[in-house]
Design a protein around this ligand. Structure first.
Ligand code: SF4
Length: 379
């Protein structure tokens, strides 16, 4: 049986991060596991900054995937992108990991999931997103991207996987309720199909795969691992990325819990790739921080730069100050009370705007090859 440890937005997943890593029995790579992280980094000549800063919080057998990649075997990195509105900074973080592994020789399989219920709009957003990903360094000519609900091989794989999973297992793993719509039982099968289709004969056959997701996606990875061998597939591995923090403190009226993840459901707490620079500066200026009540208190006791708490620290870690040493210095200056939130926010906004300006200029001038690949994959 798959234990029900699904993480829903509103469950305060970030506050529970370490607790979850223990419950899920994954290899922790965040700040709480410096020795495990140090050993993990030895796999890489030049580690991705998110690995070095602990923004990749855990691995599930990723070392098996890395061994295969090092040995020159055919390997794939798999990810799913939810289309629930415009692309925001939370969508961008896995892309840089995909581009990193692509440069190391892995193939990329990228499923887009329409959560708008509007396939035409979903295709438009998917095309834009692919160009955004190309601007982030992903080579689209070596990427297999598809719209999940509109991809016959994925739907067929979902049906096949569904045959191998009793409804009771799906329900207990995902905490589905009797009043949920019947479609809620099919959606997870599409997520599993994203993971396992990468090893179908038409996709090149069994190979080592690495799922890049947030820790909330582990429930799907565990289900996929449970059924993989029945289909003649290898068990997928996974790396779990910390989400970019929501810039506001927002309590979900449905669950009563705090929404701590950047999401389109809370527009005031997100930054999209198309936002106006003045608006971005305003949002960063008002962002929730780990600062103290008064300047005197902060100078005396220091702030809390934990990116699960301080949304400005989260922006620094992922976009504004991704260099691990520089980020560590920023955190230490915050803890000592030397750095105050006003200065920290100004530098986050300046650097973020610079990053977005360069990103937009690359996105608006894609290569002919990237444009053709995006048009072809988004239909
Ligand atoms: Fe967060 Fe920066 Fe304030 Fe520290 S100084 S609490 S990192 S905004």
């Amino acid at each position: 049986a798959i234990p029900s440890l699904v993480v829903r937005t509103g469950d305060q997943p970030l506050a529970r991060e370490n607790e979850l890593l223990k419950e899920l029995r994954v290899t922790g790579l965040n700040e709480a596991y410096p020795e495990q992280r140090r050993r993990f980094l030895e796999w890489f000549e030049s580690p991705h900054p998110y690995l070095a800063t602990g923004m990749i919080v855990a691995s599930r057998d990723a070392d098996i995937f890395l061994q295969a990649l090092t040995d020159g075997q055919r390997c794939k990195v798999v990810a799913t992108v939810a289309i629930d509105g415009p692309m925001h900074l939370g969508h961008g973080t896995p892309v840089s990991i995909l581009a990193y592994f692509q440069a190391l020789g892995a193939e990329i399989a990228l499923g887009f999931r329409d959560e708008l219920g509007d396939l035409i709009e979903a295709r438009r957003i998917m095309r834009d997103s692919l160009l955004m990903m190309a601007a982030e360094g992903l080579d689209l000519s070596r990427t297999h991207a598809y719209l999940q609900q509109d991809s016959p091989p994925i739907v067929r794989t979902a049906f096949e996987i569904g045959e191998a999973i009793p409804l009771s297992v799906l329900n207990s793993a995902l905490g589905l309720r009797l009043r949920d719509s019947a479609t809620e039982t099919f959606r997870p099968l599409l997520r599993l199909a994203d993971i396992l289709h990468a090893q179908q004969a038409e996709a090149g056959g069994p190979c080592r795969t690495l799922v890049v997701d947030s820790i909330g996606g582990d429930v799907y990875v565990r289900m996929a691992r449970n059924v993989a061998e029945r289909f003649g597939f290898l068990k997928p591995s996974a790396l779990y990325l910390r989400p970019v923090r929501n810039l506001t403190t927002y309590n979900d009226p449905q669950t009563g819990g705090a929404v701590e993840v950047m999401t389109n459901r809370v527009p005031s707490g997100r930054i999209t790739y198309g936002d106006d620079p003045a608006e971005i500066r305003r949002r960063v200026g008002r962002a929730y921080t780990g600062g103290r009540g008064t300047l005197e208190e902060q100078r005396e006791k220091g702030g809390n730069p934990d990116p699960r708490v301080c949304s400005v620290s989260s922006l620094h870690a992922f976009y504004a100050t991704p260099d691990p040493q520089e980020y560590a210095r920023l955190q230490s200056r915050c803890r000592s009370g030397e750095l105050l939130c006003g200065e920290c926010k100004t530098s986050a906004a300046d650097r973020l705007l610079e990053y977005l300006r360069e990103h937009r200029s690359r996105r608006d001038n894609p290569s002919e090859q990237a444009r053709n690949a995006a048009n072809q994959m988004a239909g």
